[in-house]
Design a protein around this ligand. Structure first.
Ligand code: AN7
Length: 351
């Protein structure tokens, strides 16, 4: 039976004897060692934390299982979230598992097709808002303030508690924290959660290293980098198309306390990293996730010396989330043949 985040980390989460323990199999995701890109960026060891291997295909499940368990413990019987897609898929899945209705409020036309398909399949109430994620977020804040509906966005503190367990896993697997963590930034919950997790690991004496947190926004949706709200955020990486991040201040704290940075990468940088991860390392992620590697490549090219350093890139979501973008990749070889061995052999130069 799937153990999951609640059972495995119960001593480090805000659970009580009354918190229900359940799991869809979240957490315990692979840390894959780079074989090719490691040489390009010049670090000692490079790893990819594959959060797309969670049950709904993104890191959101780690925090969602805690938020939903705490909601049930408090007698909650209805969930709601605003989302660029992955939070809605995760909330809808845990809502379905626990038998409570989930309302997801998403920006119309800016959710990747796989994510919307998940929310449909899990049976959520889907509200397509004629506006941005930031509009959806304001709506859900107001809605859940007025009505007894549990808000399961990352401003719900239980979400970040669950998400910090990814940092624990990295420390456990490597035997210590890495020197650098590269991570995409949208609403800035995840960078906050990882920093919490690494600090806790340090204080629990599981590691003597505290990594530099290197967060990356998309250039068309980079309010933290620019120091101002972006009213019309735009990027191919719809997951991080956020103009006014909910955890803005906490992300700055993570950056400053860790001696890291929050920077931005262009959509071209993101697409290059997205294709490179799949074709050079066998790791197929969604575009927002590739912002971590795009950031690493950007800083390595700009002269960041990573000699002797251990680096982890957080790969936050699965490539199948965004099939439309994946179909824009130019195939190395895709031709049509008759069902005939001679034709196949000839094409392969074996005839
Ligand atoms: C794949 O689903 O905000 O900085 O509503 O789906 O914690 O927001 C998703 C965010 C990175 C950014 N990678 O994390 C949502 C949502 C992927 C994501 C992020 C998201 P945060």
């Amino acid at each position: 039976m799937a153990k999951g985040v609640l059972a495995k980390y119960k001593d480090y989460l805000p659970l009580t004897d009354d918190t229900p323990i359940f799991s869809l199999g979240e957490g315990d995701t692979p840390l894959v060692k780079s074989r090719h890109i490691v040489d390009l960026v010049g670090c000692e060891e490079l790893y990819f934390k594959l959060e797309g291997c969670n049950p709904t295909g993104s890191f959101k499940d780690r925090g969602m299982v805690v938020a939903v368990a705490k909601a049930l413990e408090a007698g909650g019987n209805s969930l709601a979230c605003a989302s660029t897609g992955n939070t809605s898929a995760s909330a809808a899945a845990y809502g379905a598992y626990c038998g409570i209705p989930t309302t997801v409020i998403v920006p119309k036309g800016n959710v990747a097709r796989g994510k919307l398909a998940q929310a449909v399949a899990y049976g959520a109430r889907i509200m397509l808002i004629q506006g941005s994620f930031d509009h959806a977020m304001q709506l859900v804040r107001d809605l859940t303030e007025r009505h007894p509906i549990v808000l399961v966005n990352s401003i719900n503190p239980h979400r970040l508690q669950g998400q910090k367990t990814a940092a624990f896993e990295v420390v456990e697997e490597l035997g210590a924290a890495p020197d650098y963590v590269f991570i995409p930034v949208g609403n800035a919950g995840n960078i906050t959660a990882y920093w919490m997790g690494f600090q806790e690991a340090y204080h629990n004496e599981w590691t003597s290293i505290r990594p530099r947190m290197m967060g990356f926004q998309a250039a068309g949706a980079a309010p933290i980098v620019r120091g101002d709200v972006v009213t019309e955020p735009a990027t191919i990486a719809t997951a991080i198309r956020v103009g006014n991040p909910a955890s803005w201040d906490k992300a700055l704290t993570a950056r400053d306390e860790s001696g890291g940075t929050i920077d931005m990468v262009t959509d071209d940088n993101i697409m290059d990293a997205y294709k490179m991860l799949a074709s050079k390392e066998g790791v197929f992620c969604e575009p927002a996730s590739a912002a971590s590697l795009a950031g690493l490549i950007k800083h390595a090219k700009a002269g960041l010396n990573l000699e002797g350093q251990k680096v982890v890139c957080i790969i936050t979501g699965h490539g199948l989330k965004d099939p439309d973008l994946a179909n824009e990749i130019e195939p190395v070889w895709m031709e049509e043949y008759p069902p005939d061995l001679d034709a196949v052999e000839q094409a392969l130069g074996l005839g």
